[in-house]
Design a protein around this ligand. Sequence first.
Ligand code: FDP
Length: 346
Amino acid sequence: MTDHHKTNIMTLTRYVLEQQRIHPEASGDLTIAMNGVQVGCKFVETCVRKARLVNLVGLAGNTNVQGEDQKKLDVLSNEMFVNALMASGKFSFMVSEEVDDIVVVPEELRGKYCITFDPLDGSSNIDAGVNVGTIFGIWRLPSGPKATVDEILVPGSEIIAGGYCMYGSSCNLVLTFGNNRVEGFTLDPALGEFILTHPNIRIPPRGKIYSVNEGNSLYWDAATKAYFDSIKFPSPESGLKPYSARYIGSMVADVHRTLLYGGVFAYPSDRKSRSGKLRILYESFPMAFITEQAGGKATTGIQRVLDLVPKHIHDRCPIFLGGTEDIADVEKAFASNTSWLNETQK
Ligand code: FDP
């Protein structure tokens, strides 16, 4: 038989079921939980595609807890995810970028996980049709459905699943359950299924691209400046060529490219934003987990991102993520530019 029409495809559901089979102790709850995530992603994908046609672009008229204007699609995407995840019966708590407080699931629908998510990340790009995405992280609650909210603010290293879905020229869902494996799936719109297209994504140890909002460089500390100077104006001894710049301003798209092509993505702290911009629970933790599982590293400059413990659900942190050699250079820049602390405190 020819391979023109593949008949034995690895769908996301089949992949998750196979993972369940490999782990005989698995109860199947995570498979059902992931089904809720898939439904949310497919629903948002269809709305992003038709946003311009059915007047879903523009502002909703509200501001979220972080003082950002909510777009119509932000609000809608959040509702889609909350409903799909709640219906799965596998989550007790949800933390969403779009909701000020923890979403506590009604008792009859509670399960043993907590999920944190940004339903539509990069939404300032929506009206221009630029890539946006959903980011999510899943945690097991030690006390299961009886858990209390204090079980949410734990170190990032306790995350058990992380992923993102990118709504771009195609719809890509990238997922890890740990075990040093990151898998990429592409939505086949005709089938309505995510198909495994990027098995075992590995981030190259050294890349040639840097991705950062250079418009903030006036406010950067000495370590951040020194690092970016070192890859833009490399010393002859380093043997490096100047890196290329690529910045979409949509974390999902910038991280996706960094995973596939290598390099470094950063949102550092600066004198305007002392903790950077990206939120720990639903942006930095899942992306740091994915990067590490793909063989890379994620740091704040001085600390592994997954070692952080947030104090509040919407806390932020600086982040540099990428290949091991690239991030080693970032860590070196921070170790040898110790004035960074004074500078960001000015
Ligand atoms: P957005 O504000 O458009 O939602 O955290 C949100 C985020 O986008 C990230 O997706 C993106 O990486 C970053 O902010 C872009 O921020 P700047 O506009 O400050 O560069």
